[in-house]
Design a binder for this molecule. Structure first.
Ligand code: ARG
Length: 455
């Protein structure tokens, strides 16, 4: 394609380091869509005559059918998907094939293809995030009133509801979807027609190609358009943030599935056995979701470092933009599907969660709050009195709500029988109706609201 001024062909290793076909063939659909839009515009503008345009369109249709049927071959001598397709077109229709590349360069071509690919990728991720949200909503609804220990510093702190805990992840995913939607909005400008770097002297119609490819408008600056990979970085940043959230949920599943916690039984479908310890059920899928977050972060770092020192406009370094995005997208897709499966099929051991919530004196704050509210005790003093009640319960080996009234009244005479209304874990969670609080009524309202929003 570019051999005119060269006397010798490239060395074998040169071909290998130069080639992007092994990975960019993944964009063949986007590449053909870009070519079709460009061709229609060239014909409409009278830059390519109608007869040649028809022949080219026919050739592109044949190539699309071939790729769909046989896959795209790895031919390193043809460098990338753009050159392969052009060479196939020449084989199919002869010299008219050469007219398609008028007023275009691989620089604006690849920038357009990759934007189209990332846009499709964002739509896939959004659907997968929505599916995981739906799974979380179902489980949160089911467990709106299931009591579990809430932790700070991984120490039992106050009882919460499992539904509330799961809805916390729903919120994270809501933000993830908004980050991807934001990336999509910013991405949706068409580089095609920027040509190599400076635009073109041909009377092209950039609005036409932008519209044909579903972009909101053409990009404004040709130098920026061929050298901008912000859209790929935006994707990777959003993917990294989402992977981080999945990793936190995965970590909770790993902890909860361990014997000392015993909060969850992961279904057989999402566990593996040990080849030497027959009793084991390992949460491998959760561990891999946690692990993949590291790899996805690595993809973001890779492209960030690739881009950071590049002068305008296109440099070949930018060919390395695609593998990290493809890898991150594949990993994120797997992680989302696996987490959705785990959430849908997990058996939450609510009996065990309740037992641990009750064991941790987790209603101590409720006792202190009761003293403030009902007996007018300043909070600091109430905190001190409560500390003595916790010690008494600890010494007696019982939960706070099992201490006899005499014991409590001996600690502070202002305590009366009404205190038992707040000492149980159920009373504790039910009382937390402040905006965003853990009360079962709040969880149910949050689930209803989220379902309405997602409709
Ligand atoms: N394979 C190249 C890439 O992925 C296409 C652009 C090549 N442009 C060039 N001037 N060599 O970035």
């Amino acid at each position: 394609m570019w051999g005119g001024r060269f006397a010798e062909g490239p060395a074998a290793v040169m071909r290998e380091i130069n080639a992007s076909l092994p990975f960019d063939k993944r964009m063949w659909r986007q590449d053909l869509a870009g070519s079709r839009a460009h061709l229609a515009m060239l014909a409409a503008q009278g830059i390519v005559d109608a007869e040649a345009a028809d022949r080219i369109a026919g050739g592109l249709a044949t190539i699309a059918a071939d790729y769909a049927r046989d896959g795209v071959p790895d031919d390193l001598s043809l460098e990338d998907i753009h050159m392969l397709t052009e060479s196939r077109l020449a084989d199919a229709i002869g010299p008219d094939a050469g007219r398609l590349h008028t007023a275009r360069s691989r620089n604006d071509q690849v920038a357009t293809d990759f934007r189209l690919w990332v846009r499709d990728a964002i739509d896939e991720v959004d659907a997968a995030l929505t599916a995981l949200q739906a799974a979380l909503l179902d489980r949160a609804d089911e467990h709106a009133a299931s009591v579990m220990p809430g932790f700070t510093h991984l120490q039992s702190a106050q009882p919460v509801t499992l539904g509330h805990h799961l809805m916390a992840y729903h919120e994270m995913l809501r933000r993830d979807r908004s980050r991807f939607a934001d990336a999509r909005r910013r991405l949706n400008e068409c580089p095609l027609g920027s040509a190599a770097l400076a635009g073109t002297g041909f009377p092209i119609d950039r609005d036409a190609t932008a519209t044909a490819l579903g972009f909101d408008r053409p990009t404004a600056n040709s130098l920026d358009a061929v050298s901008d990979r912000d859209f790929a970085l935006d994707y990777l940043q959003a993917a990294t943030q989402a992977a981080l959230h999945l990793s936190r949920l995965a970590e909770e599943f790993v902890l909860w599935a361990s014997q000392p916690f015993g909060f969850v039984n992961l279904s057989d479908q999402w566990s593996t056995g040990s080849s030497i310890m027959p009793q084991k059920r390992n949460p491998d899928a959760a561990e891999l979701v946690r692990g993949h977050a590291g790899r996805i972060t690595g993809c973001l770092v890779a492209l960030t470092v690739t881009m950071k020192g590049l002068p305008l406009a296109y440099s070949k370094d930018m060919q390395d933009d695609k593998p990290p995005v493809f890898e991150a997208h594949d990993l994120l897709g797997l992680c989302l599907a696996a987490m959705t499966g785990m959430v849908e099929s997990a058996t939450f051991r609510t009996d065990r969660m309740r037992q641990v919530a009750e064991a941790g004196f987790s209603t101590a704050t409720d006792l202190a709050d009761w003293l403030v509210r009902e007996a007018g005790v300043p909070f600091r003093e109430a905190h001190h009195i409560t500390g003595r009640a916790v010690r008494a319960a600890e010494e007696a080996g019982v939960a706070l709500d099992s201490l006899p009234l005499q014991t409590l009244a001996a600690i502070d005479a202002r305590i009366d029988a009404r205190v038992y209304d707040v000492l149980s874990v159920d009373a504790s969670v039910a009382s937390r109706t402040s905006h965003g609080g853990t009360a079962p009524a709040n969880v149910r309202a949050a689930v209803t609201r989220a379902r309405e929003e997602m409709r």
